[in-house]
Design a protein around this ligand. Structure first.
Ligand SMILES: [Zn+2]
Length: 241
């Protein structure tokens, strides 16, 4: 079977820069502001209130986590060793430049990640990291309990994992790794998801020993800021080892 898209390491960043410059001009304005690239625009791409950033491509969940970390962590001021799974370009652009961070990115297949790593078998010693960022990864993983156990293992004592997943706070988790792509899309919202997390997600996170809090940062912002930054009441699971 032919590969529909070939990643070319030089061409891809050039194309991305041209595209983001064109979109920034097309969406110029002051109505919304992306905290990750610190640029303002007329509106977001796609969903007008919660879509993606014309400049860096951030989605609402990236902007929410960034605002939360800015106001509730020392990530931007003191030394940290970070492991970031499935790193989006908007995060890499921001965190790679920060001198206080040793920032390592990992993915099973993305060519731009620093390391090719299976989240269920992380090739680092125990207690290697101060922080793990894992956003919208676990819903893709058949054995998510093993992945959560690995996140716990590689964190130092008192280290923190910031985890985001598609989450329904009014149901239990619905999962079936054997479901076909059409059924997955219908039940879990995307053809490559194996579950939609529900209220028992908390117990899964606690199982290896994490102390978990559900951070609802958007409700702490006033409505003007929520609109300006394009965020909604999504949950960030803060997991302390
Ligand atoms: Zn941006």
């Amino acid at each position: 079977m032919k590969t529909p898209y070939k990643y070319i390491s030089f061409i891809s960043p050039v194309y991305r820069n041209i595209k983001s410059t064109a979109l920034s001009i097309l969406y110029r304005g002051k109505n919304v502001t992306c905290p990750l690239c610190n640029q303002s625009f007329s509106n977001w791409i796609g969903e007008r209130d919660l879509g993606s950033c014309p400049q860096c491509g951030s989605a609402a969940r990236h902007r929410l986590l960034y605002l939360y970390l800015q106001q509730n962590s020392s990530l931007f001021t003191t030394s940290h060793t970070i492991l970031h799974f499935a790193p989006e370009k908007c995060w890499q652009n921001r965190l790679k430049k920060m001198d206080n961070l040793k920032y390592i990115t990992a993915d099973l297949s993305a060519p731009e990640a620093d390391l090719k790593i299976d989240i269920t078998d992380i090739s680092f010693d125990s207690e290697s990291f101060d922080v793990v960022i894992c956003s919208h990864v676990l819903e893709h993983i058949d054995d998510d309990n093993k992945a959560i156990g690995e996140l716990f293992r590689v964190l130092k004592h008192n280290g923190v994992a910031y985890i985001q997943v598609p989450y329904n706070s009014s149901k239990l988790t619905d999962e079936d790794p054997s479901a076909n792509p059409q059924e997955r899309k219908k039940r879990f919202g995307q053809s490559d998801h194996v579950r939609l997390y529900g209220t028992d997600f908390l117990q899964r996170l606690e199982s290896p020993g994490f102390k978990v809090t559900q951070e609802r940062h958007a409700v702490k912002l006033d409505s003007k800021d929520r609109e300006q930054f394009g965020v909604w009441d999504d949950v960030i699971f803060k997991c302390i080892k």
